[in-house]
Design a protein around this ligand. Structure first.
Ligand SMILES: NC(=O)c1ccc[n+]([C@@H]2O[C@H](COP(=O)([O-])OP(=O)(O)OC[C@H]3O[C@@H](n4cnc5c(N)ncnc54)[C@H](O)[C@@H]3O)[C@@H](O)[C@H]2O)c1
Length: 309
């Protein structure tokens, strides 16, 4: 672990604070997001330990990372095959795997959690890791919809706990929302900002508020598109065309919902409407509920608002 000195950007003070230089990273959860974060961290020179519940899952994660880096190399290193091969080797060398999270965190500067979106499971994981990780280790959750403070409350390191919200697909998407809770120290916050920049991402700062910035705007917008269609005011096809051609969005709200997963959108909405049932932005949609009940989650199941081959 090393420290660098720079200036406070978050508050009004200009006094110097230190931030942890992050070299060794443990990523818990080798699914869609965890594998993507591992890939980006490994390709920017970090030593990464990827943790999941079984060796089979981890094998698939590493295969996925290899395939993804190869695609990047094909695109970006077409005229420099040696540099491309070097990157593939670097990433694979920098990623190791483990099914023992407690062991993995022992040499870590940062733990990024990307497991199932369930408060109790995340709290239990962090409570265990809190006892095993070194004192300087920063904990971060990639949660999309839960309160970072609630997750952190199972640990004794509230000052060394924050949110790092990456976007799917992680290697492609430039944004990271960096979440500081009311207890996150300036040093931790700065370390998370610096880490995001070293990954080649553009970090933005957000308080620990439901949905942070992107989902807080995007999910109610998507829900209103669904309700507009339910009210019979426009077809889903026309709404998608309208938002692409009229607002310059790369995908319409129905296409985006199918891409994200209707189950994910419903999960987020259910959480928010339980928290704030009278907020019309969080009102339920019968159509969304019906599709999810039928297992029509979007692209990943072959059908959502649209059908996929
Ligand atoms: N999918 C997205 O677009 C997206 C975007 C941003 C943030 N997120 C958030 O990232 C997190 C992960 O989402 P995902 O889409 O990668 O999920 P996923 O289902 O693809 O992967 C989750 C992985 O975590 C593993 N896991 C579950 N419990 C574990 C435990 N106790 N220890 C170790 N591994 C465990 C599972 O085996 C699985 O491989 C969630 O909190 C989600 O809200 C998702």
């Amino acid at each position: 672990m090393a420290f660098v000195t720079h200036y406070v950007r978050r508050g009004f003070s200009s006094s110097a604070v230190r931030s942890v230089v992050i070299k060794n990273v443990t990523i818990i959860g080798g699914g869609l997001m965890g594998a993507g974060i591992a890939q980006v961290a490994a390709s920017t020179g970090h030593s990464v330990t990827l943790v999941d519940t079984s060796d089979d899952i981890l094998k698939k994660s590493v295969k996925g990372i290899e395939g993804s880096v190869k695609r990047v190399v094909k695109k970006k290193f077409a005229d420099k095959p040696e540099a491309g091969e070097e990157l593939i080797q670097k990433v694979l060398q920098n990623v190791s795997t483990s099914t023992d999270a407690g062991l993995a965190v022992r040499g870590s500067d940062l733990v990024v959690e990307a497991i199932v979106e369930n408060l109790k499971i995340k709290q239990d994981l962090f409570a265990t890791l809190d006892k095993l990780a070194p004192a300087h280790t920063i904990f971060a959750s990639n949660t999309s919809s839960l309160s970072v403070s609630d997750i952190a409350s199972s640990t004794s390191r509230l000052d060394r706990f924050g949110g790092l919200h990456f976007f799917n697909p992680v290697p492609m998407m430039k944004l990271v929302e960096v979440i500081g809770t009311s207890a996150t120290s300036q040093e931790t916050f700065d370390s998370l900002m610096s880490f995001s920049k070293v990954l080649g991402k553009t970090p933005v700062s957000c308080k620990d508020t439901p949905g942070f910035i992107v989902n807080r705007l995007l999910v109610p917008y998507t829900m209103e598109a669904i309700r507009l269609h339910e009210r019979g005011h426009a077809s889903k096809e026309d709404i998608d065309i309208a938002m692409k051609l009229g607002a310059g969005y790369p995908m319409g709200p129905f296409e985006l919902s199918d891409y994200v997963g209707l189950d994910t959108i419903k999960f987020i909405m259910d959480g928010w409407s339980a928290m704030d049932p009278d907020n019309p932005l969080f009102a339920q949609s019968e159509l969304l509920n019906k599709l999810v009940a039928e297992g029509k989650y979007g692209k990943k199941t072959g059908e959502g608002f649209y059908k996929y081959k």
